[in-house]
Design a protein around this ligand. Structure first.
Ligand code: KIV
Length: 277
């Protein structure tokens, strides 16, 4: 790991933007790491983009641990942040600490991320005091999608904006080293970013956050049908992969694959005995 939480604080002070992406397996982590992405998030979004659930709520500690291990084996320079899944930290602080510790000991996480602000600040403090760096996540918190009434922009009224700001300050006071702002209006994200000493990482929070995070499948176009408004497509892999599969299937059907160059030889005379058996 060459990216540390101290380095992230320096990047904020220097005005150097922080790119972060999600990854869910060894190969993806190796590619992101080699591309110089300083933070890789093993997001519980894996529940939707890898496991096929319609929300992140069914994701378990076992799911997170399995994918955290894959990613931590693939990342040598990046800071690996792993999400605590729904109900892994809300019941009580002791359970939250135990689960945060498991993500580090068994999953290879360098730090953990959890959703919520004022309501979980005491838990964040306990986890941080135990030696586990915590990234917060406020604004649209997908684990609370049912309580929020859908995937909606948060902080649009004065009272709601005040709540998001209070959440951010509570996390900083509790010792979080960074906070994700998801789907909050850009002017509010700017204000929070100016108010906080710790870096903000935006997703759907405008250009003024200290960093940005994108979901692997969204930015690489792995879903052909749906692109969230806050995502930018840097590749169209679903189309490319589909076309590759079609070409491969055509080659198998026509006999164009494999050729001698893709096959292995042996001395034909060695087969004589077998033939004569
Ligand atoms: O799970 C995830 O991918 C996330 C990002 C959207 C920040 O929490």
């Amino acid at each position: 790991m060459t990216t540390t939480i101290r380095k992230l604080a320096e990047m904020k002070r220097a005005g150097e933007k922080i790119p972060m992406v999600t990854a869910y397996d060894y190969t993806a982590a190796r590619i992101a790491d080699a591309a110089g992405i300083p933070i890789i998030l093993v997001g519980d979004s894996l529940g939707m983009v890898v496991l096929g659930y319609d929300s992140t709520i069914p994701v378990t500690m076992d799911d997170m641990l399995r994918h955290a291990r894959m990613v931590s084996r693939g990342a040598s320079d990046a800071l690996v942040v792993v999400d605590l899944p729904f109900m892994a930290y809300q019941v009580d602080a002791s359970e939250a600490m135990r689960n945060a510790g498991r993500l580090m000991q068994e999953g290879g996480a360098h730090t953990v991320k959890l959703e919520g602000g004022v309501a979980i600040a005491d838990t964040v403090r306990r986890i941080v005091d135990a030696g586990v760096p915590v990234m917060g996540h406020i604004g649209l918190t997908p684990q609370s999608v049912n309580a929020l009434g859908g995937y909606r922009v948060q902080g649009r009224t004065r009272a709601a904006a005040r709540r998001v700001l209070d959440d951010a300050l509570a996390l900083q006071n509790a010792g979080a080293y960074s906070v994700v702002l998801e789907c909050v209006p850009s002017p509010l994200a700017r204000l929070i970013t100016q108010r906080l000493a710790i870096p903000t990482i935006g997703i759907g929070a405008g250009p003024d956050c200290d960093g940005q995070v994108q979901v692997f499948h969204d930015m690489l176009g792995l879903f052909a049908d749906f692109v969230p408004r806050h995502a930018r497509r840097y590749a169209s892999l679903a189309g490319d992969i589909g076309a590759a599969f079609r070409r491969y299937a055509d080659d198998v059907r026509s006999g164009a694959f494999p050729t001698a160059a893709e096959s292995f030889t042996m001395n034909e005379s060695l087969l004589a005995d077998l033939r004569d058996e």
